[in-house]
Design a protein around this ligand. Structure first.
Ligand code: SF4
Length: 342
């Protein structure tokens, strides 16, 4: 697998950059900022395609190729980022960028298109950071005035399955001399890799927000929907969230993909409420987004509302997440090249 070359400086801390280039402080600051402002072609990922859906858009990046010499096949490797326009009740508008951390994913969640690809390859920190720089550049050229305020690691891949690269990318994204995102504006979403969660706490990473995908609070069902549960069952995950130092991370976002007649009954809601007890959470209910060969159906709105009412009745903050970019297969659980499978 050959990943495309990017500037090695995209992965350097400011101190390493200054040492490497032997610059004085003002010159180093200026040069370091230039690495991240999109002015250099090697800090950008080539765009294969942009699929707009209203104000949202899925950007497909080319990250390299792999050659199967035996079969005489060359395949282009692609990852996806999604531009998500957001607004609040007070009229505020901003862009959230959903980025990928891997090419494919090996976690095998049953409701996810990327999971069907298997893991094709790991992205480097540079490829992760370059998605942000490239998306900013695309917005500047095509939709001026739109600024990426939030970044979510909710695209292709399980971030904690590529922790070295993701942690390094988070350091670059939050470096005040580089892209300068506040840690609270970055959300890392995981299926619950307990080892990764502890590493995140131990390594003194900037306090990004954490989202944990649950999708069922019943071990039997979660074993089937999210195979990670077989090695990291719900009780262990719950204990980890209770024990992790949280400092300024705020509440955990608990992601729950709602699948009609599978995990959306009132009993399922009670189980989830029990699981959340004493953990500072906001539960995000996400309607299942159908894929090219859907295995499930989305829960109807009235059932989602009834589910949410149970959670609220138990004192748990809960909201429904609106689906964005569904028609371009850019919504949650829909990312991934359906033709590229391992
Ligand atoms: S939901 Fe996330 S972790 Fe699960 S298969 Fe999809 S990309 Fe991987």
């Amino acid at each position: 697998m050959q990943l495309i070359d990017l500037m090695p400086e995209l992965e350097m801390s400011f101190d390493a950059f200054q040492r490497h280039h032997r610059l004085d402080m003002p010159a180093a600051r200026e040069a370091y900022r230039a690495v991240f402002n999109g002015s250099h072609p090697l800090s950008l990922l080539p765009i294969s395609q942009v699929l707009p859906d209203g104000d949202a858009a899925k950007i497909i990046f080319n990250v390299g190729q792999r050659i199967d010499a035996e079969a005489g096949i060359r395949e282009y490797l692609e990852i996806e980022s999604v531009i998500l326009p957001m607004k609040n009740f007070h009229g505020g508008r901003w862009i959230t960028l959903c980025i990928s951390s891997q090419i494919g994913c090996r976690m095998g969640c049953e409701f996810c298109q990327t999971g069907r690809m298997g893991l094709i390859g790991q992205l480097s920190a540079g490829h992760i950071v370059a998605q942000v720089i490239s998306a900013r550049q695309w917005l500047e050229e095509n939709r001026p005035g739109n600024e990426i305020k939030n970044i979510v690691f909710m695209g292709m891949g399980e971030p904690l399955d590529n922790a070295d690269a993701v942690f390094s990318a988070i350091r670059r994204l939050t470096d005040p001399r580089g892209l300068a995102y506040a840690p609270a504006r970055i959300t890392l979403s995981t299926v619950g890799r307990i080892d990764g969660l502890w590493r995140l706490a131990r390594e003194g990473l900037p306090p990004v927000r954490l989202a944990v995908s649950i999708t069922s609070a019943d071990d039997g069902l979660r074993n089937r929907l999210m195979p990670i549960n077989r090695s990291a069952p719900l009780a262990e995950l719950r204990q980890t969230l209770l024990n992790l130092p949280r400092s300024s991370r705020g509440r955990y976002l608990i992601q729950y993909v709602m699948l009609k007649d599978v995990n959306d009954s009132l009993t399922d809601a009670q189980l989830l409420a029990d699981w959340c007890r004493d953990i500072p959470v906001t539960v995000n209910l996400i309607a299942y987004n159908p894929q090219d060969q859907p295995l499930f159906e989305p829960s109807p709105l009235d059932r989602m509302n009834a589910f949410m009412a149970v959670l609220k009745g138990r004192g748990i903050l809960a909201k429904r997440r609106a689906t964005i970019c569904q028609s371009q297969m850019g919504a949650c659980g829909q990312l991934g090249n359906r033709h590229l499978h391992r």
